[in-house]
Design a protein around this ligand. Structure first.
Ligand code: BG6
Length: 522
């Protein structure tokens, strides 16, 4: 077991009430409650804590508690059957109401007052908006009208806003404007659940806590960067939402840009929220805005047809529930971006994400430049592949470094080997949902892992030219990749034109090969 060099024992979160809007939905049972239970387990939640669920469904507090207890059997069974759940469930309350009905907010206000008295939560509260995006602004406005957003006498009030935050540049600006009419920026916590992942947070630690890494982290040593977020699932039950979003909006300005900015940012002067977020924002501002011609050249969109995944036949996107039979929504996107700054000049960043791909993997692959002199050019050991560092975000969390080594024997033969760090092996596994740290940070007032208004707007501004060109020139030839492949063939061409290739995740790790970035699908 490695030694942890961490400094302080973390403080307990402040006393507070958490109000969950949309509490009867998926997020509460899948992520929020299991995460809160883990925080209790770790001793990080205050004893003076309570939850109020607010939702449209008619239910009593008793019924809500029973429902959650039932759901935990599936989503966090380890929390049941001990005092932990008993402790937590006793402090859960429920208010039924329509998000647009002022009377419901009055009931909520009374409930908060009662809970604050019973659990001595000291007037601190945060509202978690686990609702459809069209409710973000109306809820915040109604909360304010009911006097539930003010901060007075040293008590804090915060609001966590889920994604998607707007659907383009203009709507993100508008939403920020509406939220800021009633809230101060420091009260708004825009969540991106990728920032709750240990491996994503580790990108900063890996880069800035290891003196051997940072000197190599620039255009002198790095040839290019590949960021992949591949999913095997389709759109599941979210067809209606996905039809209005598509892979670009759903994954790029948020999750992929988190990975990109953490990989590319300059060292911040501290881990204070604004110091880190300033550096991330700088990267977004440094991304070259593509012209329409560059959009056509440097972006690829795709949509899955039917195919086979894990030996099962799966339907085409156009046959999924709530999807139009002639839909032109993309379920795959690949992009080449350039960051115009001193560190990254001429180093392309290739991003790709898609649904129904052949393998579930999220990773950042850093390809280093070749050695300046190919010493082994005329010998059988010459191998064009270079050093590569892969940060495995999920599912097999870890980091691996590939380098060349002589294969033992009487002839010179080059082998490529990996040096691996494996989270589970080296630190043990945990039941973390990825929301623990985010909820805890909100309760202690640390916004480092949340998005500031300007970051969200900058991210949308980067993809705005792509949205515009794609809208003006609807995709032709969809579906253009078979479910179970690596996406459309054009995604391979994007790198091939630069003399490069996507990392073949499975083959490089000694596994089976998926069909190449797609056999063109008819
Ligand atoms: C969500 C997207 O934000 O992230 C989904 O809306 C996607 O479409 C999901 O499946 C991926 O998250 P994770 O944590 O499973 O990689």
């Amino acid at each position: 077991m490695p030694t942890l060099s961490s400094s302080d024992v973390p403080q307990k979160a402040s006393p507070c009430v958490m109000v969950i809007f949309g509490a009867s939905g998926d997020l509460t049972k899948r992520k929020l409650l299991p995460a809160l239970a883990n925080l209790v387990q770790e001793g990080l939640l205050s004893q003076q804590f309570a939850i109020i669920g607010f939702s449209f469904d008619t239910m009593t507090t008793e019924a809500f508690r029973t429902k959650l207890t039932e759901e935990m059997k599936e989503f966090a069974p380890e929390t049941l059957g001990n005092d932990l759940w008993k402790w937590l469930v006793e402090r859960i309350y429920y208010i039924q109401g329509d998000f647009n009905d002022p009377a419901a907010y009055q009931r909520l206000k009374d409930q908060i007052a009662e809970v604050e008295k019973n659990h001595n939560t000291q007037g601190n509260r945060f509202h978690y908006l686990a609702v459809a995006p069209n409710f973000f602004s109306p809820i915040v406005k109604k909360l304010s009208e009911a006097g539930l957003t003010q901060e007075a006498d040293g008590h804090w009030t915060r609001v966590i806003v889920e994604k998607p935050f707007g659907h383009d540049f203009a709507s993100a600006i508008q939403l920020n404007k509406e939220l800021k009419e009633v809230l101060a920026e420091k009260q708004i916590y825009r969540i991106d659940h990728y920032l709750g992942k240990e491996t994503v947070q580790n990108v900063m630690v890996f880069r800035f806590a290891n003196s051997i890494i940072e000197p190599l982290w620039n255009r002198t040593y790095i040839d290019h960067v590949q960021i992949t977020a591949a999913e095997t699932v389709g759109v599941e039950h979210r067809g209606a939402f996905y039809e209005t979003a598509g892979a670009l909006r759903d994954m790029v300005p948020n999750h992929l840009f988190q990975l990109l900015t953490l990989t590319a940012m300059e060292p911040p002067i501290s881990f204070e929220a604004d110091a880190v977020r300033d550096k991330q924002a700088e990267i977004l501002h440094a991304i070259q805005m593509p012209t329409p011609e560059e959009v056509l050249q440097n972006t690829v969109r795709g949509q899955y047809g039917e195919g086979v995944i894990e030996n099962e036949r799966v339907p085409a996107y156009r046959s999924e529930p709530n999807v139009a039979p002639n839909s032109n929504t993309e379920t795959f996107v690949a992009l080449k971006l350039k960051i115009d700054n001193w560190r990254w000049g001429d180093v392309p960043f290739y991003l790709r994400t898609g649904k129904r791909l052949c393998h579930r993997v999220t990773e950042i692959a850093i390809r280093f430049r070749r050695t300046p002199f190919t010493l082994f050019r005329r010998s059988p050991i010459h191998d064009p592949r270079t050093n590569q560092l892969v940060i495995h975000i999920q599912p097999d969390e870890g980091i691996s470094l590939r380098f060349g080594a002589k294969v033992p024997g009487s002839v010179m033969k080059l082998g490529l080997v990996n040096m691996d760090f494996d989270y589970a092996r080296d630190f043990g596994t945990s039941h973390s949902t990825g929301y623990e740290r985010l909820l805890y940070d909100c309760m202690i007032g640390d916004a480092t892992l949340f998005q500031r208004a300007d970051q969200v707007e900058a991210a949308w501004s980067v993809i705005e030219p792509i949205i515009d060109v794609w809208k003006a020139l609807p995709a032709r030839g969809f579906p253009n990749y078979a479910a179970g492949s690596w996406g459309p063939g054009e995604a391979d061409d994007l790198l091939e034109r630069d003399g490069r290739a996507w990392r073949d995740v499975l083959a490089e790790e000694g596994g089976a090969k998926c069909p190449a970035a797609s056999a063109k699908h008819s």
